[in-house]
Design a protein around this ligand. Structure first.
Ligand SMILES: [Mn+2]
Length: 318
């Protein structure tokens, strides 16, 4: 981490990149790093090859994303991104500028594709990791930064309910809340209690169509292109839908496969309970993530995707 801190100290014009099909931790860590760097006199752009969900469009400075203000970068920082592929079209920037690229991430499956990489799975989220990183750089965390970082930590830990929320996470949350100075509901409500009607329709669709197999231990649902169209929603509205299956006592693994709007592929979100590994299922298809939350992308039709995923899920149920 020190090496990366030193490299960033020497840089002036910094590009911050994070993964496509983006999530709150990626967006919030990127924006808080941008604010941090600006607070010590540097310039930074956040570049993410993704649309932001309605909820993310309530975050401080969200509309600065993908607004280029810098001509030439002397440092590229990749946040929360395990593989170069996950950068979407921004991967070409790293391929061309690997010599000046650094990565900060908490995914154990990180492929260390940058010149300098700091990967530590002990952190619940990249936002939690940045707390220590900012300390190392002697950067004071502002109120907006604290709000962003709390959002990233809360979303990646399922409101501090997953196993990745460690005692240290709680200490950091406590420090950030003191800086933020407002009730925690002001962080959570814009994200967790702010569903669009489209998302609500999609949630109803999940309740009506969820399939249970293997003694109800595996919950599976595919949402096809036509379903999204019919419900007037998009793939950006699928955040949190896996909770529907996971809330059932009998369910150990929940798989949600969402078909891309253009490509003939499915984006798959996998969740699991306890020691059952969602990651192993994701990895079987070239994806990755964490023990209880992972994902992958599969190019195949609905029938094959379902068969293959359930076959892998059965293997991890012991
Ligand atoms: Mn994350």
């Amino acid at each position: 981490m020190e090496k990366i801190a030193n490299f960033i100290k020497k840089s002036q014009n910094i590009a911050i990149l994070a993964h496509y099909k983006t999530d709150c931790d990626a967006v919030c860590s990127s924006l808080s790093l941008k604010l941090a760097l600006e607070s010590i006199g540097k310039k930074a752009d956040v570049l993410i090859d993704s649309n932001l969900s309605f909820q993310m469009q309530t975050l401080p400075y969200w509309d600065s994303i993908n607004k280029k203000t810098i001509e030439k970068y002397d440092c590229y920082v990749c946040l929360d991104t395990a593989t170069q592929e996950r950068l979407g079209k921004n991967k070409f920037k790293i391929m061309k500028n690997r010599q000046i690229s650094v990565a900060l991430d908490h995914h154990a499956t990180n492929e260390k594709f940058c010149k300098l990489n700091y990967v530590n799975e002990e952190y619940s989220s990249t936002c939690e990791l940045l707390f220590d990183f900012f300390n190392l750089l002697n950067i004071k965390i502002s109120k907006d930064m604290a709000k962003l970082m709390l959002t990233g930590i809360y979303t990646d830990t399922g409101k501090l309910s997953y196993n990745n929320a460690k005692p240290k996470t709680m200490n950091i949350v406590s420090s950030l809340l003191k800086i933020y100075g407002e009730p925690i509901s002001n962080v959570c409500e814009p994200i967790f209690s702010n569903k669009t009607m489209g998302e609500f329709e999609l949630t109803k669709f999940v309740y009506s169509n969820l399939e249970l197999c293997e003694n109800n231990q595996i919950a599976y649902l595919a949402i096809n292109r036509e379903d999204f169209k019919k419900l007037n929603t998009t793939i950006e509205d699928t955040h949190g839908l896996t909770d529907v299956g996971m809330s059932l006592a009998c369910v150990k693994v929940m798989i949600l496969a969402s078909q891309d709007n253009v490509e003939d592929c499915y984006y798959v979100s996998i969740r699991s309970k306890g020691t059952i590994s969602a990651r192993k299922i994701g990895e079987a298809f070239g994806g990755g993530g964490h023990v209880n939350a992972s994902g992958c992308k599969i190019f195949d039709n609905a029938k094959n995707v379902k068969e293959m995923l359930i076959k892998e899920a059965k293997k991890v149920l012991v």
